[in-house]
Design a protein around this ligand. Sequence first.
Ligand SMILES: [Zn+2]
Length: 197
Amino acid sequence: MATRAFGAELPAWVDEEVEAARADLGTDEGRMRLLNRLAERNVAEGSGGPFAALAVRSGTGEVVAAGVNLVLASGLSSMHAEVVTISVTQARLGTWDLGAEADPLELWVNWRPCAMCYGATLWSGVRALVVAGDGPELEAFTGFDEGPMRDDWAAQLEARGVAVRIGVLRDEAVAVFQRYGAIPDKTVYNARTGSGA
Ligand SMILES: [Zn+2]
């Protein structure tokens, strides 16, 4: 019988990290510190790349869900941190539109989304995107190919009702990518590298 179901499951340590950081999540910097910690632990645990995301209520600042990149754990190339976080948040809230809540959601990420997650962000309905940074450092230090992003990506999001904020603890996020880049024999799961070809 051909496989008809697929999916990914967040490891329990993700929510444990959120709870442990709860007292620190009332500030922009506290949320970004949590993202960097999740990103780095994700690599140590072998679940995927050094990427994490949070779904945060724009009014209260409540962290509704956290997610990490699960490409290696799931064997699914689309399981980037943004897609995982958007999906688990939608599953928890029972809605496909994260902007339709009375207190709509923001997506927080430890770097600018890739080409795929840029689209996923638009489709999710979030009202804001907050990232640590948006420069070439991610690709330079980690070796991941983020795809053909538009130069005006932020303006395009803004034009569709997604406020964009860039530059919360940028240096700390870059340091995570630098440390990841220094790891020998890591799996950088770009297309056409799975078979070693
Ligand atoms: Zn992505």
